[in-house]
Design a protein around this ligand. Structure first.
Ligand code: SF4
Length: 428
């Protein structure tokens, strides 16, 4: 390569990268970008066929693909929202074993649903699954409809999920435009717009729709998803040398794979300090239910409050719950990241000083002076509980074993659920 060529390539890259940045800031000439991207199209017939061939040889083997009924595709797609494929597989298999079809899902008790979902987070997804199962039972005889627009009327199903179900389970020509398809589209066409904008999503959907084949629409969606997940990677350099679309790719040609797709910067997460209380009375632990709306709606949790409470403040919190003279020890801190929020948690292990202790110690936990925490195992005695109603004021002592086996505690508290488990089976 001559010096001039190198210069002109780097010049082009800088100019286009600059255009990308401007596009993200809203300065781009949207009409021009749309025209250019539409003219490029995502791919033409030869590349389409190469992509499907690549998929036949390289597709990921996933349980829901082995028997892609509408129900299977639906459950897997809902689980895959916000969750990695590898993490979803055991959840999917357990869910299907417990609730194999729409009627079983519609009739499942809420606690079972939540327990099956425990660890996946975003529990509104599973609540919506059940709402949709009821809708399906009442309106469609328990069968998912094939038209994307009808699917979109079901709880929790948006345009992407509807297209995925319709194309994979029913072979309807509907592009399922998720992050993978948007990334592949932006790189193939060199579209410099922020792929999070409705205009870019619409452009990608129409460009894909224009080339969807009659015979394998579901496979084309899955081929693009797999290409995005395994070759045209979101973070780090894409593996262009292994890409069946490389000859047509604008980003590869222009050296822009590290610039495209353009994504607007997300607002920084809000950090909230919270203090969590693991309150033990013998072999039982105090749980309370969260409000029916908002973050982690309606889920059981360890009592907690905003702020980083000192020992004195923690004692006052316990007193408000009716616990006098508790034995307090600091538990390890923990952090949990939600989409827009981060919890930095301080925790107090509270042992209720009733009855006679057996002196068994918990090696993980130490008092401020380094001495081990002693867990008393008192005779159960009534504290201030409000078991009559669910809601933010309801709190009850529940055997730790039952909590671990039957209750769905949010992943935000997983460090403390593990702590409970360690308390139950202390190390030698
Ligand atoms: S050539 Fe590279 S950047 Fe272009 S679509 Fe393929 S993997 Fe992505």
């Amino acid at each position: 390569m001559t010096h001039m060529n190198k210069l002109s390539q780097s010049d082009t890259k800088e100019r286009t990268a600059d255009a990308c940045v401007k596009a993200a800031a809203g300065d781009a000439n949207t009409a021009a970008a749309e025209t250019r991207a539409a003219a490029a199209g995502p791919f033409a017939l030869p590349e389409l066929s190469a992509l499907l061939d690549w998929y036949d040889k390289n597709r990921r083997i996933l349980p829901w693909r082995e028997d892609p009924t509408p129900y299977h595709v639906w459950i897997s797609e809902i689980m895959l929202q916000q969750t990695r494929v590898e993490a979803v597989i055991p959840y999917y298999e357990r869910f299907l074993a417990a609730l194999p079809d729409v009627p079983a899902l519609a009739a499942a008790p809420e606690e079972l649903l939540l327990k099956l979902w425990e660890g996946l987070g975003y529990y509104s997804r599973v609540r919506n699954l059940q709402k949709a199962a009821v809708q399906l039972t009442e309106q469609y005889g328990g069968v998912l409809p094939r038209e994307p627009k009808a699917l979109e009327k079901l709880a929790g199903i948006g345009p992407y999920t509807a297209a995925a179900i319709a194309s994979v389970a029913y072979q309807v020509k509907a592009p399922a435009v998720d992050g993978n398809l948007l990334r592949v589209y932006a790189r193939l066409t060199g579209d410099p717009r922020d792929v999070g904008t409705p205009a870019a999503k619409k452009a990608a959907a129409s460009a894909y729709a224009a080339v969807f084949p009659d015979d394998r629409p579901g496979d084309l969606n899955q081929a693009l998803m797999d290409l995005g997940a395994t070759v045209c990677l979101p973070n780090g350099a894409p593996h262009c040398g292994r890409c069946p679309l490389a000859d047509r790719c604008a980003a590869r040609r222009d050296g822009l794979t590290d610039v495209l797709p353009v994504l607007a910067k997300k607002a920084p997460r809000r950090v909230e300090h919270r203090t969590v209380f693991i309150i033990l009375q013998g072999d039982r632990v105090l749980l309370r239910k969260r409000p029916k709306t908002g973050l982690l709606a309606g889920l059981w949790e360890f009592p907690n409050t905003e702020g980083c409470l000192s020992e004195t403040q923690a004692r006052a919190f316990c007193a408000a719950l009716g616990i006098a003279q508790p034995d307090l020890a600091l538990a390890p801190p923990a952090r949990h990241v939600f989409t827009h929020l981060e919890w930095d948690m301080t925790a107090w292990l509270v042992t209720v000083p009733l009855g006679h202790g057996d002196g068994s110690s918990v090696p993980l936990l130490r008092h401020g002076d380094g001495s081990p925490v002693s867990l008393s195992l008192p005779d159960p005695a009534p504290l201030r509980e409000s078991p009559a109603a669910d809601g933010p004021d309801s709190a009850r002592f529940i055997p730790v074993r039952t909590v671990l086996s039957d209750y769905a505690l949010p992943s935000a508290f997983s460090a403390y659920t593990r702590l409970l488990s360690a308390i139950l089976t202390p190390q030698d």
